[in-house]
Design a protein around this ligand. Structure first.
Ligand SMILES: Cc1cc2nc3c(=O)[nH]c(=O)nc-3n(C[C@H](O)[C@H](O)[C@H](O)COP(=O)(O)OP(=O)(O)OC[C@H]3O[C@@H](n4cnc5c(N)ncnc54)[C@H](O)[C@@H]3O)c2cc1C
Length: 427
């Protein structure tokens, strides 16, 4: 059996490696000259920056991605260090920013600023809401209805801004609780030693050592579809045949490759839904310093900043991600859809936050990267993901445009790949 994979992002490489191990003949086509998509390193002034991700797996060594790469046989060390997250709050109750000083609260104590009554309500509603069918309600609406405190919106905007690049107002309440449940189940984040590239390179080695081929600088421009099935892909005017095609480029771009008038049942509905997906956008600010700025290997959530949702300092886990004696700190901020055309203003606000958060400390801004539209933070906002299957039975979509329920970013990709592989390998 032959499988063709469109795109060498994490989702594509995970699928290709898994299928190679299962005995498939595999061929990957990547349009860029490098592999890894938004999950590889970007060497810059001796630092290992990244093409996308902040060198962090949301559930560290115990999560769905770590489990899948172990199952495939990729040898990557993933390290989780305590504290997993810390929340920066103003020193004085009632302040709304960090100008007059701050204190840090361990993430596990996030309920502390709530009244006792609200803490009890939070546990009760979390359990009962999770069991209900989809309500169309957002997590912010739910918070405002049940926990009448400014803190709820601040901490959830900061957490979901960091984890999903979404505001709490844009996360369906059921998805929010599935994410929180997974956090308790799998635990908090970890850093792959060597950064994102350690994972994508290990997967590429597995594919190639099993006889698979990865073509770079090779854009897929169309699909060959006959009698309701995919027979292959078109690259540079040539047709490559396969029994199975897996697309790692999201449903919207896959629907474009399918083209018009296929006569396939369900295609119109699929195209309409694919075109309605709104990718989540964000800005990453990469910072260098001689001394640590946050001093731990977890996440610093910043619910009182204007734009920055959270910050990590990965060199506290893997010092090799920066030149000797330097630290690499990365701040992430969600960009709301209404602000996507105003990135310069959003960056300005992010930089103002960095000044406030690291007031009195010495640092240098290395690089500012923005992500939207076709190179987004997530191709599908969490909670709106479509299934991995398409109306064409041997065409699947993997990656962050088709994540599994409750799966934050690459953990959601791993859940989606697992689901697709079960479907394909059990046929
Ligand atoms: C700023 C930022 C911070 C993030 N932080 C984290 C984090 O800390 N932890 C985490 O878990 N996740 C994080 N993410 C999300 C994570 O990086 C992505 O979810 C993940 O890398 C997406 O992988 P993918 O396989 O879905 O797609 P991609 O990485 O986009 O891969 C798709 C590949 O397909 C190629 N391609 C596209 N069209 C074609 C075509 N027609 N033919 C051939 N090739 C094609 C592209 O060039 C690309 O290489 C972050 C993302 C961003 C942007």
């Amino acid at each position: 059996m032959k499988a063709i994979i469109i795109g060498s992002g994490l989702g594509g490489l995970l699928s290709a490696a898994k299928l190679s191990k299962a005995g498939y003949e595999v061929e990957v086509f990547e349009r860029l000259p490098i592999i890894g998509g938004r999950f590889t390193n970007l060497p810059f002034k001796g630092f290992q920056l990244s093409t996308g991700a902040l060198h962090m797996l949301p559930h560290g060594p115990a999560g769905p991605l770590a489990q899948l790469i172990e199952e495939i046989g990729a040898n990557v060390e993933i390290v989780r260090k305590k504290p997993i997250a810390v929340i920066r709050i103003p020193r004085k109750k009632g302040d709304t920013d960090y100008k007059y000083g701050y204190k840090d609260l361990l993430f596990e104590n996030f309920r502390t600023p709530f009244s006792v009554f609200n803490r009890i309500k939070l546990v009760y509603y979390a359990i009962s809401t999770r069991k209900k069918s989809p309500s169309g309600e957002s997590f912010e609406q739910w918070c405002k209805a049940h926990l009448d405190q400014d803190w709820t919106v601040r901490i959830s905007d900061s957490f979901f801004g960091w984890a999903l690049s979404l505001k709490a107002a844009d996360v369906p309440v059921e998805e929010a609780f599935a994410i929180i449940e997974n956090l308790y189940h799998y635990g908090g984040p970890g850093v792959p030693m060597g950064g994102c590239k350690a994972i994508t390179d290990a997967l590429s080695d597995i594919i190639q050592s099993s006889g698979g081929i990865i073509h770079t600088s090779s854009e897929v421009t169309g699909l060959k579809i006959k009698n309701g099935t995919v027979e292959g892909v078109l690259v540079n005017g040539e047709c490559y045949l396969a029994d199975l095609v897996i697309s790692d480029i999201g449903h919207t771009a896959t629907a474009t490759l399918i083209g018009e008038k296929t006569g396939i049942t369900g295609m119109e509905d699929y195209k309409r839904k694919s075109n309605n997906l709104k990718p989540s956008a964000g800005i990453k600010i990469c910072i260098s310093s001689d001394k640590p700025l946050i001093g731990h290997g977890g996440v610093l959530l910043t619910p009182y900043a204007k734009r920055v949702n959270g910050i990590n300092e990965v060199t506290n886990v893997d010092p090799k991600l920066a030149p000797e004696g330097k630290h690499l700190t990365m701040a992430h901020q969600c960009v709301h859809w209404k602000d996507v055309d105003n990135l310069e203003k959003e960056i300005e606000l992010g930089l103002e936050d960095i000044k406030d958060i690291f007031a009195g400390k010495e640092y240098e801004v290395l690089l500012i990267q923005s992500y939207s539209n076709e190179w987004p933070v997530n191709r599908s906002p969490s909670g709106a993901d479509l299934d991995n299957r398409t109306p064409i039975p041997n065409l699947y979509v993997v990656g962050d445009g088709a994540k599994g329920e409750g799966g934050i970013e690459v953990e959601g990709i791993a859940l989606g790949v697992k689901k697709s592989m079960q479907d394909i390998l059990m046929r």
